[in-house]
Design a protein around this ligand. Sequence first.
Ligand code: FES
Length: 97
Amino acid sequence: MIVCHCATITSQEIRAAVDWMRAADPDTIITPGKVYRALGKRADCGGCLPVFLGQMEQCATFGVPDLRGAASLTPARGARHERRRKGHRVSQQGIAQ
Ligand code: FES
């Protein structure tokens, strides 16, 4: 079934692209833009996106990767971080003597 008439993309091509992307990178988040790029095509009118997304969601490999391990990437409360100190502004440092 042709899903995107502007770029002539079929439902089989969408499913194959999603499966290929998941096999290439198990942690990636698959978007319609990535599918278009994988197929070497570009969206034009965007009218197909609801059906396009529906086709993507029907793929068994479409699922969002598990982000439970992402909490370990954020610094613990009160932990030292690389941001600027709050008193970095000259007006907050007072007059140097
Ligand atoms: S029908 Fe897909 S971009 Fe127009």
